[in-house]
Design a protein around this ligand. Structure first.
Ligand SMILES: [Zn+2]
Length: 75
């Protein structure tokens, strides 16, 4: 069997790297499955929405000396 009668092209799934069938039979092409497709889209979305947060000098001060919970305080 050479598979000459079925020109199903196999490509590497961008999601998991597994071989995926690149043909109209595979609605998730070039992914191997819906899951990989969603994961890839999710990764794109999260990356797009990710805001590069630069650590503020001083924001990460001494632990315990923050202002998160001040029991008592000046009364
Ligand atoms: Zn995959």
């Amino acid at each position: 069997m050479n598979g000459a009668g079925r020109p199903a092209r196999q490509v590497a799934c961008p999601g998991c790297g597994e071989s995926a069938e690149y043909s109209p039979a595979n609605p998730w092409r070039p992914f191997c499955s819906e899951r990989c497709r969603l994961v890839d889209l999710g990764a794109w979305a999260s990356e797009a929405y990710r805001i590069p947060v630069k650590s503020d000098p001083g924001a990460q001060g001494l632990p315990g000396e923050g202002d998160e919970e001040s029991p008592g305080g000046p009364q």
